[in-house]
Design a protein around this ligand. Structure first.
Ligand code: SAM
Length: 188
């Protein structure tokens, strides 16, 4: 399905629908902090965001945005790979996270060699699913064309294909990235 609106906008609209004041959410790929900031607004007041990136530059850029918006106290920034997500979030977050955003690839304006990778992405996706609450959403933006992208894309498609009926997946295409919206269904 092709979309006239940019996929980044569609992803944020979908995530906004599951965020509410007091909620918990995770940015698995902080980058320049656009999604971290967006989610912090969505869970204020009283909510909490935990965000991950392997690059110091990402944490600096994100912290700057949060300070300017007076939202820094609501966000924990972790300089480590998202594959450590399960051990970095508090144990009582299991099954209670409203949304997790993955925006794969490299840091715009940064070092293009520091990209997300198939094996760690897949591990982080598994950990994120275990953290999602019923009705929660995992938003996954997958870019094509850069080195390592094909391998990561294959791993993501394989992971998506293996999801069971506890999840509903919406796939949105553009000439550039692909967006997967994975909803953890409410159980009766
Ligand atoms: N959503 C971000 C924003 O709003 O600016 C953009 C994210 S950017 C496309 C991808 C980010 O993933 C880069 O900043 C890169 O450093 C980061 N990254 C690469 N490997 C990672 C890993 N294992 N864990 C967490 N982040 C990683």
């Amino acid at each position: 399905m092709r979309n006239p609106r940019p996929l980044t906008e569609l992803a944020q609209t979908a995530v906004a629908a599951v965020l509410k004041p007091g909620a918990r959410a995770i940015d698995a790929t902080m980058g320049n902090g656009h999604d971290t900031l967006f989610m912090a607004h969505g869970v204020a007041p009283g909510g909490k965001i935990i965000a991950f990136d392997i690059q110091g530059q990402a944490l600096e850029n994100t912290r700057e945005k949060l300070i300017a918006a007076h939202l820094e106290p609501m966000v924990e920034l972790h300089r480590c790979g998202h594959e450590q997500m399960g051990s970095r979030v508090p144990p009582d977050w299991a099954g209670r996270v409203a949304a997790v955003i993955f925006n794969l690839g490299y840091l715009p304006g940064g070092d293009k060699r520091l990209i997300t990778r198939a094996a760690t992405t897949r591990s982080a996706l598994e950990q994120a699913l275990a953290l999602l609450q019923p009705g929660g959403l995992l938003s996954l933006m997958l870019y094509r064309g850069h080195s390592g992208a094909d391998e990561e894309s294959a791993a993501v498609h394989d992971w998506i294909d293996g999801l069971d009926q506890a999840y509903r997946v919406k796939r949105l295409e553009s000439p550039g990235p692909l967006l997967f919206l994975v909803e953890k269904l409410q159980r009766a």
